[in-house]
Every structure is written in C-alpha cells, then in structure tokens.
Design a protein around this ligand. Structure first.
Ligand SMILES: Nc1ncnc2c1ncn2[C@@H]1O[C@H](COP(=O)(O)OP(=O)(O)OP(=O)(O)O)[C@@H](O)[C@H]1O
Length: 326
C-alpha cells in the first residue's frame, strides 16, 4: 500500500539547510496499522506530508495506494485520507453540515453524502452530536469528527498525524478503539505518534524515526525483543551471592548490584525464574522480592539512540517556533 524508497526533504532557512528527512524507506502492506514513532522534530510530519502529496520530496520515490507519488499525485489524493494535527472542521459549523459538505467536496452527491455520513457518525459514535457546532464538541469528539472528515470518501489508506495529542486517557483509549475498528473494516492506517504507549497498544508494526532517519522497524514485541532482554530485579539479603548466581544463568548480562538490589537482563525472564530461585536457595540467599519486566519501547529507543524519547524531545531545537504544524 505504501512503498517509499530514499524519500528525503531538505528545508533552507536563512542560509541553513535542515535535513528534515534523510532518505527513508517505508513499506506498508494492505490492511496493516503502522505507527511512525519518534520525538518532536524527528521528521514524522514532513514524511507524512510528502506521502500525502502536500510537500514535494527533495529526493526519492514512492508508490502510495497504487499510484506514483511524483507522476500521479492526483491519483494518490483520490485514494487516501489524511487527518492533520489541527482541527479541520469550522468551529461555528454544525457537525452534520460539515460532514455532508466534505462528502460533496469528495465528489459525492448530497444524497449519497448524507447516507455515508449517517453510517459514519454511527461508527464513530458521533450520532448524538450531529446537530451541535464543531466548536462545542469535546476533544475526543473533535478528533473523531476529524477522522470522519478524513474517511468520508472511503479511502483505502488513511494517514493520521498525532491522532491522540491533547486527549485525556479515557478519550485516547476510546479513539484507539475507533482506529482499530477502521483497520478491522479494511482500511490500511499509517499514523505518527510520539507516545510509546500509543505505538505499543495500537500498532501492528512500528517504524522508529530519529533525526530524519529510520532507526528501527518491527512489531512492538519484536522491537522489545531486540533489546538485551527482560529486566530481572531481585531484592535480597545476600547481594554478592545473588549476583554470582545470576551470572551463571544462561544469557544473563548487564548484572548490576545497588545495595540489596541485584538487576540483570536475560532474554526470557520468566522462564529462567525456576532455575534462578532454586540456585539461590541452594546458595543460601534469601529473596525479599522478585520482579520481571519486559523491556519498554523507551528501552528500544534508548538502546538505538543512547537517549530516552523524553530526553530526545527536550533536546529538539525549536526552529523559530514557526513550524509546529509542518
Ligand atoms: N517548513 C519548514 N521549514 C523549515 N524547517 C522545517 C519545516 N518543516 C519542518 N521543519 C524542520 O524539519 C524537522 C522535522 O520536522 P517535523 O515536523 O517533520 O518533525 P515531527 O517528527 O513531525 O515533529 P512534531 O511531532 O513536532 O510534529 C524539524 O527540525 C523542523 O523544525
């Protein structure tokens, strides 16, 4: 559904060249829900704007929804939906009118558009608010309205830019359900996010982007497995003996002792526990607690880039502050 090769975009600002996206390869299969994860300024929106024909690439090529991005941008536009970061409906317009009008902009007749809007507002839980003005909707309802506007023409491929930014936790998980339902109904979805939990909970596959380059790609579980392994934390009355026993466990690495706490990583934390507990018992070490944690996507980012996502975001230079929606 998406096949991009060497896609790149530079910006020239006051004599400086910004390499916002540096030759990314992206493959998304039909029916997938793929997340594009990275800190602010990593190049997510710029990539999305190129894939949706809104911004010309400086280099590279792509086929999007079966059409060539460079030679048939109109074909791409017809087949995709795009929900940008900002709220797209007019605040003083009634929801129903905005939606029907949007359908007509996509070339549907008024009757056809009304019928489709009727089905969509049911699916996206907006039926109760169609007579309200868009400005009176809650954050979650607004995002669902944005999505409704983006899928009125029934696109094969939907792009969502930071769909849940600014939503409270309940509205986020509700929105995720709607995004999953769209995928289950056959829409291929490519979304950007800088939330690890969103990428983890929602996406079949994740591409991690940092400084305009894709640094990792895989299912959330495969990405986590690529980190050194599960983190085992043992609190014990005999840390030295415990660390020695841990060192003998097959695959154990990064063994660290801090006071009474011994930590190490091992590929499958839960499967080594029985052996570990038996060996510790034989060695006379008593445990006060045992914890096994799967690595998080933040661990993945840390392993790949040497920074946590939070640090990466804090370090992102804001270029004059004027490119937020870029
Ligand atoms: N129109 C523009 N002119 C100059 N620089 C730009 C422009 N658009 C984006 N940039 C720069 O390109 C880099 C990538 O920006 P981009 O918006 O793609 O990142 P992002 O990962 O989407 O971040 P965010 O989550 O904040 O939207 C940043 O350094 C940004 O300042």
């Amino acid at each position: 559904m998406i096949k991009a090769r060497g896609l790149a975009r530079q910006f020239k600002v006051r004599g400086h060249t910004i390499n916002a996206v540096q030759g990314v390869d992206i493959t998304v299969d039909r029916g997938e829900l793929v997340g594009f994860l990275g800190p602010n300024g990593a190049g997510k929106s710029t990539t999305l704007r190129m894939l949706t024909t809104l911004l010309a690439p400086t280099a590279g090529e792509a086929v999007v929804a079966g059409c060539d991005l460079l030679t048939d941008p109109a074909g791409v536009r017809k087949r995709i939906g795009y929900v940008a970061q900002g709220h797209s409906a007019g605040d003083d317009q009634k929801v129903i009118n905005e939606l029907v009008l949007q359908g007509q902009l996509y070339g549907l007749s008024a009757t056809e558009s009304r019928a489709r809007v009727g089905r969509l507002v049911d699916r996206l839980d907006l039926a109760a608010v169609t007579d309200r003005t868009a400005g009176k909707l809650s954050g979650g309802q607004k995002r669902r309205l944005d999505i409704a506007m983006g899928v009125l023409h029934d696109p094969e491929l939907l792009f969502l830019d930071e769909p849940s930014t600014g939503l409270d936790p309940q509205s986020r998980s509700n929105l995720w359900n709607h995004i999953r339902a769209l995928r289950d109904a056959g829409t291929t979805i490519f979304l950007t996010t800088h939330y690890l939990d969103e990428a983890d909970a929602l996406c079949d596959r994740i591409l991690v982007i940092d400084n305009g380059t894709i640094v990792a790609e895989g299912t959330p579980d495969a990405l986590k497995d690529s980190v050194a392994g599960d983190l085992v934390t043992l609190t014990t009355d005999a840390p030295t003996v415990t660390a020695e026993v841990a060192a003998k466990i097959e695959g154990a690495q990064e063994i660290q002792t801090t006071g009474e706490v011994v930590r190490f990583r091992v590929p499958q934390g839960d499967t080594v526990l029985p052996t570990l507990l038996r060996e510790l018992d034989n060695a006379g070490a008593h445990l006060r607690s045992v914890q096994v944690q799967r690595p998080s996507l933040d661990d993945v980012f840390l392993t790949l880039t040497g920074r946590t996502l939070r640090e990466a975001e804090a370090a992102t230079p804001m270029y004059g502050g004027g490119f937020g929606g870029a």
